[in-house]
Design a binder for this molecule. Structure first.
Ligand SMILES: [Mg+2]
Length: 311
């Protein structure tokens, strides 16, 4: 377990979280003692409580009792697997019976392993350790699949996910959501003149400047296309979004990346289109994307190196 904790701290920057759900306090105590030194341990004494803790804490592993009074372990497992937010959490069933039929049911429900009472601490630690390693690898893989390899900001897929998630969130909250689309000016000429290596370095610096401009944890930036970036600003009205876009543009100029091929400046600049909508039922984020795209086009057509609409 020590080595596993080390790799969690190194790659995830935190301790793994384990949920122990069992209606027998003695079992919880034994398991808690086994893992509390290396993991953040959460406890539940009923199926309903287990589901609640899962939603709130998103544990990295669940040790789940099969027989519980209210909602049994199998049903808890079914519900967790049906919810995309919790479906990747590995579940190890705990049961008093050592029967093959139970094991088949458990694995059929998507459980990764099966342990029997009385608890054999060596076996449980080994099995939990294995599953925590697999969970960490899966998390890292999922995260890297959403990142743009060159710039390290979100990729197009991450943008699509984030836009939909935030759109729905703002719909529930009745809040506006803003989108900034940004295109680096004359970037093809930059690549032609300075070469692709310098072009890549330029993209990286612009991406970093954009990330640093966004301060709130729910704002996000993604690489939308070749030299296009998109920033999602939830809970932000048009005025706030235009202010942010002006700051983004100023910060990109301040990088002072020389651009001899630009018609409008001696350094790298960008054109930015901003749009804001308050989501309504039955509408999707496509309208927001289309509106921001029109503004970006407007910014380019009216001379580049600017934000549209004007504040
Ligand atoms: Mg029980």
């Amino acid at each position: 377990m020590e080595r596993i904790l080390e790799s969690w701290l190194l790659h995830a920057n935190r301790r793994p979280k384990i949920l122990i759900a069992d209606d027998q306090p003695t079992t919880i105590r034994v398991l808690h003692e086994l893992f509390s030194a290396q993991c953040d341990v959460f406890m539940a004494t009923s199926g309903a409580q287990a589901l609640k803790v899962c939603q709130a804490e998103l544990p990295d592993l669940i040790l789940l009792d099969v027989v519980m009074d209210d909602i049994d372990g199998h049903e808890v497992c079914r519900q967790l697997k049906a919810d995309p937010a919790t479906s990747t959490i590995p579940i190890i069933f705990i049961t008093a019976q050592n029967q093959e039929a139970d094991e088949v049911v458990a694995l059929g429900l998507g459980a990764v392993d099966f342990i029997t009472k009385p608890i054999n601490s060596v076996i449980v630690r080994a099995r939990v350790g294995t599953q925590l390693t697999v969970k960490l690898q899966g998390d890292l893989l999922r995260a890297s699949a959403l990142l743009d390899g060159l710039t390290g900001v979100g990729n197009r897929r991450k943008f699509d996910d984030d836009l939909l998630t935030n759109w729905r969130q703002c719909l529930r909250e009745k809040n506006p959501i803003s989108l900034v689309l940004l295109d680096i000016d004359y970037f093809k000429r930059y690549n032609d003149h300075y070469g692709h290596q310098r072009g890549d370095a330029c993209l990286k610096r612009v991406a970093k400047a954009l990330s640093e401009t966004l301060r709130r944890p729910y704002d996000s930036v993604a690489r939308y296309g070749g030299e296009e970036f998109a920033c999602i600003l939830p809970r932000t009205g048009l005025e706030g979004a235009l202010g942010m876009a002006e700051t983004m543009l100023a910060n990109i100029r301040e990088l002072e990346i020389e651009h001899k091929g630009s018609d409008i400046d001696r350094v790298i600049t960008a054109s930015l289109g901003v749009a804001t909508l308050t989501p309504t039922t039955g509408s999707g984020p496509e309208a927001l994307l289309a509106a921001a795209d029109i503004q970006l086009y407007q910014a380019k057509r009216s001379g580049r190196g600017r934000v549209c609409p004007k504040l």
